[in-house]
Write a protein that binds this ligand. Structure first.
Ligand SMILES: [Zn+2]
Length: 151
């Protein structure tokens, strides 16, 4: 029995199983969503490498790191919070591992990257060493003394 399969995008070349490559890939992602998500959670370095490569290209930064350069510690080396990919929920959280360029003026090169928490990276990205020091000093100096009898 020969039955002509329905074609999703007849104008698209390389039809296979009635789907163009794009729709076939989309179907694959939908059908394997959980498996793909689980594998990302187990092995997030590929994702991080891919995303970093994209950022490097967009910003014109040097990019010479490989997957083995990305080492995810158990805890954020700055804030000490536990690092966990997505916290299982598919969205970025404070403890999501994030690839930091230690010296922001340099690219993704071996020796210039560290995996820190998303939160630490977000804070760090906004200022220089001197600015962060001033912020911390100011926060410290503005602390209200404990009201009498509170302790
Ligand atoms: Zn299609």
């Amino acid at each position: 029995m020969t039955r002509k399969m329905a074609v999703c995008h007849p104008e698209s070349p390389h039809q296979s199983h009635g789907l163009c490559p794009r729709c076939a890939m989309q179907k694959y992602y939908v059908e394997n969503k959980e498996i793909l998500r689980a594998s990302r959670r187990r092995n997030p370095t590929s994702d991080m490498l891919f995303a970093a490569k994209r950022r490097a290209r967009a910003k014109g930064l040097e990019f010479t790191i490989t997957k083995s350069d990305i080492v995810i510690p158990e805890f954020c080396p700055i804030l000490g919070i536990k690092l966990a990919v997505n916290g299982g929920g598919g969205r970025v959280a404070d403890g999501s591992p994030s690839l930091d360029r230690i010296d922001a003026s340099r690219g993704y090169v071996p020796g210039n990257i560290a995996v820190i928490s998303y939160k630490a990276n977000a804070i760090k990205s906004f200022g220089t060493v001197e600015e962060h020091r001033r912020i911390a000093d100011w926060m410290e100096s503005m602390k209200q003394p404990h009201p009498a009898g509170a302790l």
